[in-house]
Design a protein around this ligand. Structure first.
Ligand code: SF4
Length: 231
């Protein structure tokens, strides 16, 4: 496990590299929750494309609750697992209306009560909509923090638990925001791009890939464009 000092250094450094918010930080808590639920195993771009028309048809959680899964499904046909997502969205909306007076809840316990909302989604909503400390651990956060040597965990759930213990609350909201992008472009699955990694000296990974490929300049260029983009 790494020292708190080195964890803080890495997070501060990556915060500067990735200054923008996440792609699914779209608006109010209802909009953020729907966007995150739609984005499961789907590219952000696909969700962003259909989202304006989705909101036109289902502008509020009440409207979504009154719709049928089929009506919702028709609006999200272009993304993966559309039928399941449509069912979950309708049920979630119904629960919000009937159990939470139409307000998206703002605690981990209440959020994870909702259909289709696990700890990862709940953590994103706590951070983006309610500015509460939480760490959404997806596959990128899990991989990168294990490689860095911050945790030694076999599952995202165990990684989340371990990270919550070592990362100060003020920096917890930053973790998902920076490591998702970092994991997509630098600390990628398989062969990480350690040759271009800005936090290489803080990393405990034993199999660092330090050989620059021929197209390294192009890769770094794409990364720098992506790091300044919202998504
Ligand atoms: S040095 Fe390599 S393994 Fe370590 S964080 Fe950077 S890219 Fe990932």
């Amino acid at each position: 496990m790494k020292s708190t000092k080195s964890i803080l250094l890495v997070l501060e450094k990556l915060k500067k590299e990735f200054p923008n918010r996440g792609a699914m930080e779209i608006g109010n808590p209802y909009q953020n929750l729907v966007a995150v639920m739609l984005s499961a195993r789907t590219r952000d771009e696909q969700v962003l494309k259909l989202f304006p028309s989705f909101l036109k048809n289902f502008p509020t959680v009440q409207k979504l609750a009154k719709s049928t899964p089929n009506q919702i499904d028709r609006r999200i046909k272009t993304i993966g697992m559309d039928r399941q997502k449509a069912k979950n969205l309708q049920k979630m909306a119904d629960e919000v209306v009937n159990k939470f007076h139409g307000q998206i809840p703002n605690t981990m316990e209440d959020l994870t009560f909702l259909t289709g909302v696990g700890r990862k989604t709940a953590s994103v909503i706590l951070v983006t909509s309610f500015f509460k400390p939480a760490i959404a651990v997806d596959t990128h956060v899990h991989r990168v923090t294990n490689r860095l040597g911050w945790v030694n965990a076999t599952t995202p759930e165990k990684t989340e638990k371990a990270l919550l213990e070592i990362i100060p609350e003020t920096l917890q909201p930053v973790v998902n925001r920076v490591f998702v992008k970092f994991g997509r472009y630098i600390c990628i699955p398989g062969k990480p791009r350690c040759w271009g990694c800005p936090i290489q000296k803080y990393c405990a990974y034993k199999n660092k890939n330090l050989i620059k490929p021929k197209n390294s300049a192009k890769i770094l260029d794409t990364w720098s464009q992506q790091s300044s983009a919202t998504r």
